[in-house]
Design a binder for this molecule. Structure first.
Ligand SMILES: NC(=O)c1ccc[n+]([C@@H]2O[C@H](COP(=O)([O-])OP(=O)(O)OC[C@H]3O[C@@H](n4cnc5c(N)ncnc54)[C@H](O)[C@@H]3O)[C@@H](O)[C@H]2O)c1
Length: 365
């Protein structure tokens, strides 16, 4: 299967659901519509072999419904493998709400969305993703128990982003150890693309260690805020990928490693939080390998957030969350070594381990 990103204007040429390139034997896809609140959402349930499908809700101003569907299919599939490789008893799911989170997200819309989640009886459990905040999950919690990522004051594990960033930091250190022989990031030139919830927390980890950090974002206000807070530089050029750097950390949206950028990327290591960084897992994973660029698989190193929300379901404490998140370092090193030994992409090496765990559980069942 391929998860190629089809140009939006060509998506309609393919069958609407089962024929989508990103459709990978998803168990269930739910379209949610509510005229009164303007809610238009899609919930993708990819696989529930290991447990209920848990994954965040993204609110984004998609250019078309095709683009939203493609995104939710790619994201929910990614969650299956993320939870599997992290050793969590969770399946993969994700939801997208079509619209501008800044202007169209209302309490009524979120409550209606929560009711749709509830109607699935726990098969899908939601959390926050791009365009969502902990307060949104608190609101959803008033209509369904099938939500995580709620505030600590309400008994939840709080905002997962700092833990996600810490896991990315761990995965990045492991990739640095593999590539440079040392995991110390002091003086390493690191470009963080996207300084939202996770990106900013990653910048904090990196600057604490003395890395030379450049930031980029489409939001100028945010850039200035983060620059002033951490004393980092705003990237002022027009093509970040072509810059000489040690590490590129994609922390905005997915598919930034694509046919165009891959020819330009000069980073020695890629390690970031964004989901689905490779536009085409096989093709671009292999091209990175050929270029000698070490790619830390996204779904492996950005699992801190899911570990954090899983704690709400399993009732484990902060110490255990940190322990599990720090383990991302070991898993990343193991996978980078496996990929080399088996001459496969790092993404494939990670997928193989995740798929083996799912297959074993299926056999037990
Ligand atoms: N929040 C989590 O715990 C978590 C967990 C796992 C994965 N992720 C992934 O990490 C990424 C970031 O998540 P977040 O919670 O920080 O989201 P966010 O919405 O808080 O931040 C995203 C940032 O990226 C910026 N951005 C958007 N398009 C951009 C572009 N083309 N170039 C540069 N910047 C751009 C936005 O302006 C924003 O500041 C997403 O891909 C998300 O799916 C997040």
């Amino acid at each position: 299967m391929t998860t190629d990103v089809v140009p939006t204007n060509e998506l309609h040429k393919i069958d609407p659901v089962f024929g989508q390139l990103s459709f990978d034997n998803h168990e269930q896809i739910v379209f949610c519509n509510d005229k009164d609140t303007g809610l238009k959402a899609i919930i993708g349930i990819h696989n529930t072999v290991l447990g209920p499908a848990l994954g965040g809700t993204r609110m984004w101003n998609y250019k078309s419904e095709w683009e939203a569907l493609n995104d939710v299919l790619r994201l929910s599939r990614g969650m299956t493998f993320k939870s599997a490789i992290t050793g969590l008893n969770l399946g993969g799911g994700k939801a997208v709400i079509i619209g501008d989170a800044k202007t169209q997200k209302t309490p009524e819309l979120m409550l209606r969305f929560g009711e749709f989640v509830h109607s699935l009886g726990g098969k899908y459990i939601t959390a926050e993703d791009v365009g969502m905040a902990t307060e949104d999950m608190d609101l959803v919690r008033t209509v369904t128990p099938y939500v995580t990522g709620i505030s600590e004051s309400k008994g939840g594990a709080g905002n997962p982003s700092p833990i996600t960033a810490y896991g990315v930091f761990m995965g990045m250190k492991a990739a640095a150890k593999y590539k440079f022989g040392s995991d110390i990031l002091e003086d390493k030139v690191i470009y963080v693309e996207g300084i939202g919830n996770v990106g900013e927390a990653l910048v904090e980890n990196l600057t604490n260690e003395g890395a030379k950090v450049y930031i980029s974002d489409i939001n100028q206000e945010r850039l200035e805020e983060v620059r002033d807070k951490y004393n980092v530089d705003i990237y002022g050029g027009s093509n970040l990928y072509a810059e000489e750097m040690d590490i590129y950390a994609p922390c905005a949206l997915g598919a930034t490693i694509n046919d165009v950028s891959i020819r330009q990327i000069r980073a020695k290591v890629i390690a970031g939080a964004a989901n689905n960084q490779l536009a085409d897992e096989q093709k671009h994973g292999m091209l990175l390998r050929k270029k000698g660029i070490v790619y830390a698989p996204d779904f492996l190193i950005n699992a801190g957030g899911i570990i954090n929300v899983y704690a709400e379901l399993e009732n484990y404490d902060r110490k255990e969350i940190i322990r599990k998140t720090e383990h991302i370092y070991n898993t990343t090193l193991e996978i980078l070594n496996n990929a080399e030994a088996n001459d496969v992409t790092t993404h494939q090496a990670a997928l193989d381990i995740a798929q083996a765990r799912i297959n074993a559980r299926k056999k037990e069942k």
